[in-house]
Design a protein around this ligand. Structure first.
Ligand code: UDX
Length: 442
């Protein structure tokens, strides 16, 4: 099929490239000319395992193209995906200005029947707004061209996005038109080799809602476990054991119940807020969803509090090493990363920070921690520890999983570790002579 994907951010670029990999003819569009020029040469703006070789391969096989001109690429297009950003507005709702701008552009330029797909995460009712916007432009042009708006939310995890797209747990297609549903099924069927059961079709509004509910549910699991971890500490229980104890119940399951320093990233914080706002707009006070967010905000500061409990409020003269800045491993993304909040708090109390992350240091230096003083960045995990009074682990990168603890002791002034991701066995740490603080166990 001929596909146009509008927006070459994380979602658009991964989706477009994977569709091309399946043999479709894909053009990815973006208004950012510099980005498009770079992409044409196979240079990708984000770190995502496996994406760069796939982009290059598909450029070479002529299945993947990049352009800034949407008008030109609607001429011969079967399906147009809207994958532009929906940043959080001031009131917590998703800002639809970019989505609706693209809809307008489509309406101004489309010349043949088209399926328009909302791929961006958008609140319930957005497909109707996209439809109205396109129709208005067609009316202005006195044209009667058939088009349908379909909702097809993405469920990609950063760091594993290629895998999630190529071998999806499920694909949700929200469509109120049978022919469009059929076409979308045809597009996605190569991704389901054995069974099509996981290609789930429904009405547009339910599909829009599904995306928010999936993320809110996962965020709820995390906040629930973080709250449990805090209670465990108070009553003298070990959350790591409790986690295993409850996960063995198949109704609960082991996944997504790891306590830590709170969830971050581009999706959970934004989507939880947006769902709360949607409920509020309809006169409903979403108490549980509000609590999920509150617990997460507090959880981000739990490790900083442990540092203060150990060293006191005044951290002047203290050097603290940080292992991990990204909101999770396998990404350079620092959006809403707990590291931002923790480092700012420690610096405010006078601490000097020595930081290392395998991928996110550029993001930290140039954007998220740009204006924060007293941070020095190092190129290796051991160098970062040199002369520090303690180390805080904030992202569970594999390279932090089983470090040379002898080297850690040699480099640190004091063998003190605050673990925001519960990566090590506390008995082992004690035997090795570390003062080891973790989440959910005193
Ligand atoms: C998430 C969803 O998983 C994905 O389906 C959706 O499309 C986008 O949002 P992502 O933001 O890439 O993906 O990250 P994910 O791997 O889900 O982790 C989110 C956050 O939860 C991270 O900060 C992670 O550290 C935290 N987390 C996850 C926990 O604290 N505990 C867990 O048990 C699992």
């Amino acid at each position: 099929m001929n596909l146009t994907v509008i927006g070459t951010g994380y979602v658009g670029l991964v989706s477009g490239t994977c569709f091309a990999e399946m043999g479709n003819n894909v053009t990815c569009i973006d208004v950012d000319k510099k980005k498009i020029d770079a992409l044409k040469n196979g240079t990708i703006p984000i770190y995502e395992p496996g994406l760069e070789p796939m982009v290059k391969r598909n450029i070479e096989s002529d299945t993947l193209h990049f352009s800034t001109k949407l008008s030109k690429h609607l001429e011969n297009c079967d399906i147009a995906f809207i994958a532009v950003g929906t940043p959080m507005g001031d009131d917590g709702s998703a800002d639809l200005q970019y989505v609706l701008q693209v809809a307008k552009e489509i309406g101004k330029n489309m010349v043949q029947p088209l399926i328009v797909v909302d791929k961006s995460t958008v609140p319930v009712g957005t497909a109707d707004k996209v439809k109205e916007t396109i129709q208005k432009e067609l009316d202005l042009r006195n044209l009667d061209i058939e088009f349908h708006v379909v909702s097809n939310p993405e469920f990609l995890k950063e760091g594993d996005a290629i895998n999630d797209f190529m071998k999806p747990d499920r694909v949700v297609i929200g469509s109120n038109d049978n022919k469009s549903t059929q076409k979308m099924r045809t597009l996605y069927s190569p991704f389901f080799r054995s069974s099509m059961d996981r290609l789930i079709t429904m009405d547009v509004r339910s599909a829009e809602m599904t995306k928010y509910v999936a993320n809110a549910m996962l965020a709820t699991k995390i906040s629930f476990m973080n709250e449990v971890a805090n209670i465990c500490e108070l009553v003298g229980a070990d959350v790591n054991k409790v986690r295993i104890g409850i996960g063995s119940d198949s109704r609960i399951g082991y996944s997504f119940i790891y306590p830590g320093s709170g969830y971050g990233g581009s999706c959970f914080p934004k989507d939880v807020k947006a769902l709360k706002k949607t409920a509020q707009d309809h006169g409903y006070k979403a108490d549980l969803i509000t609590a999920v967010e509150d617990v997460n905000d507090k959880q981000k500061m739990v490790i900083a509090k442990k540092v203060v409990n150990r060293f006191g409020n005044d951290l002047k003269g203290k050097k603290i090493a940080i292992w991990g800045l990204a909101f999770k491993p396998q990404t350079d993304d620092m959006r809403e990363a707990p590291a931002i909040y923790i480092i700012k708090d420690l610096v405010k109390r006078g601490a000097e920070i020595q930081a290392y992350d395998p991928k996110a240091m550029q993001e930290a230096q140039h954007f998220y921690l740009k204006d924060v003083p007293n941070i020095t960045y190092f190129n290796s995990k051991y160098e970062t520890l040199n002369g520090a009074d303690a180390m805080i682990l904030l992202t569970e990168w594999k390279e932090f999983r089983s470090p040379d603890f002898g080297e850690l002791k040699k480099q640190l002034n004091y063998p003190i570790i605050f673990d925001g991701r519960n990566q090590y066995n506390d008995q082992m740490m004690e035997d090795l002579g570390f003062e080891y603080f973790q989440i959910g166990k005193k």
